[in-house]
Design a protein. Structure first.
Length: 373
C-alpha cells in the first residue's frame, strides 16, 4: 500500500522550480551570492506581504535562531537579563535567549494550544525581566493583545517568534509585524521555506532595524567600520530567490493547509482524540496539525504500521532539556507544557497532500480507537 508521508516538499518545489531557476540564472550572471540585490528584493516583498503599513522593515538573515539572537541583542538584552518564553516550542526559542547571554525564564502554556498563557507570564516576571518571546506554535497565533497589555504595564519588549506561522493572522493582521519585533525561520519545511537555511527579522523600530542590519554583517555600519561585535548572519542570495518565488504561493498553500485541517476535523468527528481548536479572531495556518492523546506512542506505532508518517513536536519540553539543567527545573514545574509534550502527535498535513490521504489517515486513527465511521 502507498505510504502517506509525514511531509513531502516535492509538490511545493515543483510549483516554483521554473521561477527559481530563472532567478538563479540572473543571479549567477551578477554573482549576487551573499546579501545584495536579491536579498533586498525579498526583504521588500516580505514587507509588502505582511502588509503592515508604513515603516515596517525586514532584515533577511541566516536562520530563524539567529533572527531571535539579533533581535534580543539589538534591544540591548544580554547578561543579567531575563526573557520569558514558553517551554513548548522548538528548542531554538530558548536557546536563542541563552545565546544572547540572557536567562530564559519559562511560563506555562495554555493546555489546549501550547501557546503562552498570559496569566502564567505575569507570574514569571521578575525585576530582571526585559522581554517576552511569544511563539505562534504550529501556526496558531499567540494571544498578542493580552501579552501586549502585560508588556506595556511592565515596560517589557514583546517579540514574536513566528517561525511556524508565515501568513497567520491575528485580528485580521499578519503575525510577525504585530509586536516590537518578529522573527521568521525559513527552514525548508516551514510554511514559507528556503532550499536550505534562511530567516528574517521584521520591525517598525528604525533604530533597532539599523542595529540588526549591522549585526548580521559583523557589526558593520559602513564599509570597514565595525561598531558592534556581530555575526556572519547574512541571507544568501540564492535562498532569497527561492523565498521570492514562493511568497506568491504562500496564501494558496496556507488555504490548502486550512482545507486539509478542516477535512481532518470532519473525518475525525466523534473519535476520542484531541484536535487543534480553530481559534476565534485569528487565522491558524497549520504548519502542524497537532492532535493530542495520552496514548500518543501507541497511536504513532499503529499509524506507522498502517503506512502513515507522524511527528512529535516536541516530546521533551525545553525546561527539561539537559542543556538547561542548570536552570534547576524539575518535572512538574510546567504541567501543561509537560502534558502537551507527552500527548502531542502531528498528523501529515502539507500543500500537495491529496485530500483522500487525509481520509486514509483518519480511517487509521478511527481503527486505533475502534471508533465506527
Ligand atoms: C518556533 C521556532 N523557533 C525558532 C526556530 C529556529 O529556526 P531555524 O531552524 O531557522 O534556526 C524554529 C525552527 O526550526 C522554530 O520552529
Amino acid at each position: 500500500m502507498r505510504k502517506v508521508p509525514f511531509i513531502d516538499l516535492g509538490p511545493q518545489t515543483a510549483a516554483v522550480k521554473a521561477d527559481v531557476l530563472r532567478l538563479w540564472e540572473e543571479l549567477f550572471a551578477k554573482s549576487a551570492f551573499s546579501g545584495g540585490e536579491y536579498v533586498e528584493r525579498f526583504e521588500r516583498e516580505w514587507v509588502a506581504y505582511l502588509g503592515a503599513g508604513h515603516g515596517l522593515q525586514a532584515i533577511g538573515c541566516s536562520d530563524g535562531t539567529t533572527a531571535i539572537v539579533l533581535v534580543l541583542r539589538g534591544m540591548g538584552i544580554g547578561p543579567g537579563d531575563e526573557v520569558v518564553c514558553p517551554p513548548t516550542s522548538y528548542f531554538a526559542t530558548a536557546e536563542a535567549v541563552a545565546l544572547a547571554g540572557a536567562r530564559p525564564t519559562f511560563a506555562d502554556v495554555d493546555a489546549a494550544t501550547g501557546n503562552l498563557d498570559p496569566s502564567q507570564v505575569e507570574a514569571a516576571l521578575t525585576s530582571r525581566t526585559r522581554a517576552v518571546v511569544a511563539v505562534h506554535l504550529a501556526g496558531r497565533p499567540a494571544p498578542l493583545d493580552e501579552l501586549r497589555a502585560i508588556a506595556d504595564r511592565r515596560g517589557l519588549r514583546l517579540v514574536e517568534d513566528a517561525a511556524q506561522a508565515q501568513g497567520a493572522e491575528y485580528r485580521g493582521r499578519r503575525v510577525g509585524a504585530l509586536s516590537d519585533a518578529g522573527t521568521f525561520s525559513f527552514y525548508p519545511t516551514k510554511n514559507l521555506g528556503a532550499f536550505g537555511e534562511a530567516g528574517a527579522v521584521v520591525t517598525h523600530d528604525a533604530a533597532l532595524a539599523a542595529r540588526i542590519r549591522a549585526m548580521r554583517d559583523h557589526g558593520q555600519t559602513a564599509r570597514h567600520r565595525h561598531e558592534h561585535i556581530g555575526y556572519n548572519a547574512r541571507l544568501h542570495g540564492m535562498q532569497a530567490c527561492v523565498l521570492a518565488s514562493k511568497v506568491a504561493w504562500l496564501d494558496r498553500w496556507n488555504d490548502e493547509r486550512r482545507a486539509l485541517a478542516e477535512r481532518y476535523r470532519r473525518s475525525l468527528e466523534g473519535v476520542p482524540v484531541g484536535l487543534p481548536p480553530e481559534p476565534m479572531g485569528a487565522r491558524h495556518v497549520y504548519h502542524l496539525f497537532a492532535a493530542r492523546t495520552p496514548r500518543r506512542e501507541a497511536l504513532a506505532a499503529h499509524l506507522d504500521a498502517s503506512g502513515v508518517g507522524t511527528g512529535s513536536h516536541y516530546p521533551t519540553p525545553i525546561h527539561l532539556q539537559p542543556a538547561f539543567a542548570h536552570l534547576g527545573h524539575r518535572r512538574g514545574a510546567f504541567p501543561n507544557a509537560e502534558r502537551y509534550a507527552a500527548e502531542q502527535l502531528s498528523l501529515p498535513l502539507f500543500p500537495g497532500l491529496p485530500p483522500e490521504d487525509v481520509d486514509r489517515v483518519a480511517a487509521a486513527v478511527r481503527e486505533f480507537f475502534n471508533a465506527p465511521a
